[in-house]
Design a binder for this molecule. Structure first.
Ligand code: URP
Ligand code: ZN
Ligand code: ZN
Ligand code: ZN
Length: 472
């Protein structure tokens, strides 16, 4: 099966050019000068399918390196399965995810890894890889890290918060980082000072401050800055590369930027919610509405300027990439467990379908360039997590994960429940995007055509990742 995407504007992180993209089977065969003639040979006549991309961008499919499909968390499970979540991702122009295998303290790491394969296999619309969460790091977890790298799991998330659930103490973090320094793994950190947060939460509830707004106030930026600094210092001590997930506070960005300026392998990810949403407008919504936006790290104060600073950090590469931290819960039966006690609201926001659009709007509004859009949503995630060459780039030899994006189209997010995630609300209701995902190909197969999903369950395959290709 050969496909030609003709007359489009091909956008890679390195530049933009008018070009035709020839796909042979699952792979990009050539990126050609427009016109589809090569030494007198008419390519268009020799392919099975022609997609006309006149006036449109042709970009590498999005790589969302932070999702939690079916994650057991907060006394319930994230509401998207691998099937519903990856299909929604496809609709939004994301063609790969890296999901987190969860290991709780009483569970065996490798057993959990195999369990995640069982959940995902045969169910995904797009390709998927795994990171491994390590909770309460023990000797066996360190042994498992070596095993998992051979399986293509080259990144490990630890937590400085959620005592008794995910938290590892500083000594445990040190040992895991020592192992990472040895075997080349990228160490990922949920950087919030959990002990401080636990006391603030208890005090707020005791004082009768139970609404979702207090979720934000009890997880202050100081707890994020301090933990980010501590993680950077432990990484520095051990020589392990560090990737800080879901960075939301400008002070945490400053810690990352400072370490990078000193030459340390430290990286930061932010999420659309930290670019667009705020403590005042969303978490502070009337009644229990704010529960829709309870996630950790929390939405930050717009008055303090975090969102503005985060866009700037994206431009300057103080923050390298954008993932969703897709962890959806319905209001009914899930988020509502926290009525009367915000600490019982399951933490997470669902955005996997909207990341490409939301960041494209950043291009429209002049916050980032077109090439930077591709870089932060696709190319860097691919390089950061050992997928580059296959994912995150339009070039010969790469997987034909391609999105035709229409800058003259329009997307009204969440309107009349039109999103495809398994949620009974949208955290992005009312957001208007001056662009539209027109066509999505996953390894050469069209899976989204116009507004129609035309792929099949099981199209997506496990991606065995290598070590990070982003290290200094
Ligand atoms: O609120 C969030 N972020 N939920 C998902 C779990 C995590 O910490 O990433
Ligand atoms: Zn986290
Ligand atoms: Zn997460
Ligand atoms: Zn549409």
């Amino acid at each position: 099966m050969k496909t030609l995407i003709k007359n489009g504007t091909v956008v890679n992180s390195t530049g933009t050019a008018s070009a035709d993209v020839l796909i042979d089977g699952e792979t990009i065969a050539a990126v050609l000068a427009p016109g589809s003639h090569l030494l007198g040979f008419d390519i268009e006549k020799n392919v099975d399918t022609v997609i006309d991309a006149t006036g449109k961008y042709v970009i590498p499919g999005g790589v969302d390196a932070h999702t939690h499909m079916e994650m057991p968390f907060g006394g319930t499970n994230a509401s998207d399965t691998f099937e519903t979540g990856t299909r929604a991702a496809a609709w939004g122009g994301t063609t790969s995810i890296v999901d987190f295998v969860v290991q709780y303290p009483d569970q065996n790491v490798l057993d959990q890894y195999h369990a995640w394969h069982e959940k995902a296999a045969g169910n995904c619309a797009i390709d998927y890889g795994f990171h491994q969460i390590l909770s309460d790091v023990q000797d066996s977890s360190l042994v498992a890290m070596d095993e998992l790298i051979k399986e293509g799991v080259s990144s490990f998330k630890l937590f400085m918060a959620y005592k008794g659930v995910f938290l590892s103490d500083d000594g445990q973090i040190l040992r895991a980082f020592q192992k990472g320094a040895q075997n080349g793994a990228l160490m990922m950190m949920h950087a919030e000072n959990g002990a401080v947060i636990d006391v603030l939460v208890k005090q707020a509830i005791e004082a009768g401050n139970t609404s979702p707004y207090y979720h934000g106030l009890t997880r202050p930026w100081q707890a994020e800055e301090e933990a980010t600094h501590r993680a950077i210092m432990i990484a520095n001590l051990t020589g392990a590369p560090l990737y800080v997930v879901h960075v939301s506070a400008k002070q945490a960005v400053e810690q990352i930027a400072h370490a990078r300026d000193l030459g340390q392998n430290v990286f930061g990810e932010t999420c659309p919610q930290y670019l667009y949403l705020s403590l005042e407008e969303q978490l502070g919504a009337p009644g229990f509405e704010g529960a829709k936006w309870v996630c950790s790290t929390p939405l930050r104060s717009r008055a303090e300027g975090h969102q503005h600073h985060m866009w700037q950090a994206l431009r300057t590469n103080d923050i390298q990439m954008v993932s969703t931290d897709h962890c959806p819960f319905c209001m009914k039966g899930q988020k509502d467990m926290g009525i009367g006690d915000f600490s019982k609201i399951p933490n997470g926001i669902g955005s996997v379908e909207h990341r490409m659009d939301l960041l494209y709007q950043g291009v429209v509004e002049g916050n980032i360039s077109l090439e930077r859009w591709v870089e932060v949503t696709s190319t860097t995630p691919s390089r950061m997590f050992g997928m580059y060459g296959k994912k995150g780039v339009i070039q010969p030899g790469a997987d034909a994960d391609v999105v035709v994006y229409n800058p003259n189209g329009h997307t009204s997010i969440g309107l009349n429940k039109t999103h495809h995630m398994n949620m009974d609300y949208s955290a992005w209701e009312g957001f208007e995007i001056d662009g539209h995902v027109d066509t999505v190909l996953s390894r050469g197969k069209v899976i989204v055509d116009g507004d129609e999903y035309v792929g099949a369950k099981g199209d997506g395959k496990y991606f065995k990742r290598g070590l990070s290709q982003y290290l200094i």
